[in-house]
Design a protein around this ligand. Structure first.
Ligand code: BGC
Length: 741
């Protein structure tokens, strides 16, 4: 047979193949062919190299790579590097790999681009308070655009961990306590980072973390053990990760915790049975920082090789920083303790992402000087950060319209450690953000109130007991027409390894607040923090309170927009604010118990020394206007299992200014085979209303959204009576009901 004859059937087959497949499928199949042929050529050492991720470092002179890692890169013993960014630097590292290794496989560059890269957006918990999915997606898109312009291919975000314990410092990195809100936000972030197509130059690969249930660390102490029923896991903790998988995230990260006795990093149930087999995730799994090594401390691995074996067998593809794969996998294969096939699968998943990013077409395509110059901290990116920041601020109290303040005000005193502060504004995990570029509250106010006399007194530091500034602060308050009390936590008090057992205002700030508020001047307190703080006294005594979290680069401008009334706040808490630490864990979707709270009956579920009610409920947030809800109705009294449940409600702006309301829909299942939460968020809508205007807002639910896990494997929606509550927070009491048949 001549060559032509062999080729004809191949061409015909290719034609059929191309004509029956979508372009995306063709591309995926093409990549699969390339990946397979590349793996054919690789030695075992080269394969293990692809499974190895090491960090770059930083000292006073700038970024550098450890000598031993440089040598590993040149020998193809490393497939990915994190904490390296900048076009020159990433280009240099990429050259080490491409110019020195036999197969010229490019490195993958990862980094924690969590809430912005250079332009720092509000911390994720703050963004979640916006309940604004388009804005959140856009924030992640801009973060990706900046990161990808500086040589980065991959971000370790979004963090999709549900967090119900504000002692846990990492609550700041996620979307709060609720599985529904957490899910839609995780999906929005993945879409923002990855865009339409991973090959596009303004996108980066996303990484769902930390898989799984890291947010349930016992007693809010970071890295601590997690023990929970699989039903709780599936109903509360897993949905946001699953939503991120469904949104197309191409990588996932294991968590540090163990889950029911098995560390996440060696957890076959999580990484293989659930993530891959049940959910169909086909990207790669990276460990968290040295978490393979930590299997020794967890006490499940006897030595380095055993730890490597357990994690690879469980479903890990890439080892972040332990070096255990590098040290042990070849030996494990030689000893036939693991099959080379397992390694091939991991290599294949990693190479697939490298192909999808276009790195094999041009390994330097992300390290582009022009893009680095033009795509960073552009005015439009800064504007988006400012807008995201305004959307994230929750107005917790506003007695007698204390806020906004009159634009012609004469004297404003800004008192407290967060007034001129820049360092803390960008929060934890601020990537390549430069805090010196952050706009302080005072700076924002000076620009917004050019004719006002703005007196600034720190009063006290964030921490410590030095009260020597109190007198000056009190005098400043007395001289002012309006006082802004700027209080909060330092940026490092939340984030990783930043759990607190007390979540009140640190240092002498509470005392400062009491002195200032007792002057009787009109006061608005601004709280910057990475978690809910127990601010009971302020909640009773400060005429106005703004929960500002950490708002990022544009903090001061965003706050000035709100304080001046140029922007009407609309954010709602993505997490319950407790009254004290003893109430934790506290969240709105609790169970009713067999003895629900009754103030007049001793033997009901309650505390002797604090109410059951939180200080502020989930979903709560005020506006400069007021909204009322009326005429809540369902389209019919009874629905079948395949119907859409149609709900409508009338919302009116009954105040004097236009504003946005976030209408929340909660569902209660009256009687089911398993106990159900008192209510669960199932939908929300943002509604903009001019003063005096009314709108009818429609929701549509499918019965499968209101089901539950009857057992680990069985999700059901049972017939029966359901109530629907719609309102502006999780205590909404406007109710209607329907029957599901
Ligand atoms: C954190 C991860 C992070 C990783 C890389 C770990 O300590 O838990 O969230 O992505 O470091 O920086």
């Amino acid at each position: 047979m001549n060559k032509f004859k062999i080729f004809l059937p191949v061409i015909a087959a290719l034609f059929i193949f191309v004509s029956c497949n979508t372009p995306a499928q063709v591309k995926t199949d093409e990549i699969a062919v390339k990946v397979d042929s590349l793996i054919e050529l690789m030695t075992i050492e080269e394969k293990i190299g692809q499974l190895t991720l090491y960090t770059s470092d930083m000292d006073q002179t700038g970024a550098f790579i450890r000598k031993e890692y440089e040598s590993d890169i040149k020998q193809g013993k490393v497939g990915a590097i994190f904490n390296a960014y900048g076009t020159d630097y990433t280009h240099r590292l990429q050259e080490m790999a491409v110019n020195n290794t036999r197969l010229r496989i490019p490195l993958l560059f990862g980094y924690d681009v969590i809430h912005g890269h250079r332009t720092i957006f509000p911390v994720p918990l703050a963004e979640a308070a916006s309940w604004n999915l388009e804005a959140i997606q856009n924030a992640s898109r801009i973060a990706a655009e900046e990161a990808a312009a500086e040589g980065l291919h991959w971000t370790f975000a979004p963090m999709a961990d549900i967090a119900r314990d504000p002692r846990w410092g990492r609550m700041v990195e996620g979307a709060g306590e609720d599985p529904f809100l957490g899910s839609v936000i995780a999906a929005a972030r993945v879409k923002g980072f990855q865009g339409e197509n991973l090959t596009d130059l303004n996108t980066v690969a996303a990484c769902i973390k930390h898989f799984a249930a890291y947010g349930a660390s016992q007693a809010g102490r970071d890295y601590h053990a997690v023990d929970m029923s699989e039903i709780m896991l599936r109903e509360v903790y897993l949905p946001p990760y699953k939503a991120a998988v469904d949104a197309g995230a191409v990588t996932a990260m294991t968590s540090f915790n163990d889950l029911n006795g098995v560390p996440a990093t060696s957890n076959h149930f999580l990484l293989t049975e659930l993530l891959r087999d049940e959910w169909g995730f086909d990207g790669f799994v990276v460990t968290d920082y040295t978490s393979i090594m930590e299997l020794l401390y967890h006490g499940v691995a006897a030595d380095t090789a055993h730890a490597a074996e357990l994690s690879l067998e469980a479903g890990v593809d890439m080892d972040m920083q332990s070096g255990f794969f590098q040290q042990s996998l070849a030996k494990l294969v030689a000893e036939k303790r693991i099959s080379e096939d397992l390694i091939n699968q991991a290599v294949s998943r990693i190479l697939t992402v490298k192909f999808e990013l276009g790195l094999f077409d041009d390994p330097y395509r992300y390290s582009d000087k022009e893009r680095e110059k033009n795509n960073i901290m552009r005015p439009d990116q800064l504007d988006a950060a400012r807008d995201m920041a305004r959307k994230s601020v929750v107005l917790l109290r506003n007695e007698e319209n204390t806020l906004p303040i009159d634009k012609n005000i004469k004297t404003i005193a800004v008192i407290g450690p967060m007034g001129s502060n820049q360092r803390d504004l960008i929060g934890s995990w601020s990537a390549a953000g430069d805090w010196t570029k952050a706009v302080s509250l005072v700076k924002g106010l000076e620009e917004r109130f050019p004719n006002a006399n703005i007196i600034v007194e720190e009063g006290c530091a964030i921490e410590g007991n030095d009260k020597s500034g109190f007198k000056r602060a009190e005098n400043a308050a007395k001289k002012a027409d309006f006082v802004i009390l700027a209080l909060g936590e330092a940026y490092w008090m939340s984030g990783e390894a930043a759990s607190r057992s007390e979540i009140s205002l640190p240092g002498a700030q509470q005392e400062l607040a009491e002195i200032i508020i007792n002057t009787g001047k009109p006061v608005a307190t601004i709280i910057m923090s990475g978690r809910p703080l127990t601010i009971n006294w302020l909640a009773e005594n400060s005429p106005a309170i703004l929960q500002a979290w950490f708002l990022g680069t544009q903090s001061g401008h965003a706050l000035a927009d709100i304080i001046s009334g140029d922007y009407n706040p609309s954010a709602k808490l993505p997490v319950t604010f407790p009254r004290n630490v003893g109430q934790i864990p506290i969240y709105y979707s609790m169970k009713n118990t067999g003895r629900p709270f009754d103030a007049n009956s001793k033997y009901t579920s309650k505390y002797l020394d604090v109410p059951n009610e939180p200080l502020y409920p989930f979903g709560f947030g005020l506006s400069y206007t007021t909204f009322t809800y009326d005429n809540l109705s369902v389209s019919k009294p009874t629905y079948a299992m395949n119907d859409s449940i149609k709900v409508s409600v009338e919302i009116s702006n009954t105040g004097k200014v236009a504003g946005e309301e976030i209408a929340q829909l909660y569902v209660k299942d009256h009687a089911a085979s398993m106990t159900r939460p008192v209510r669960e968020l199932k939908a929300f809508k943002r509604v903009w209303l001019e003063a005096g205007a009314t709108a009818i807002v429609h929701f549509s639910l499918h019965p499968n959204q209101i089901g539950f896990y009857l057992s680990e494997k069985e999700y059901v929606t049972e017939p029966g009576k359901f109530s629907i509550f719609v309102g502006g927070n999780s205590n909404a009491n406007l109710e209607t009901s329907f029957e599901l048949k």
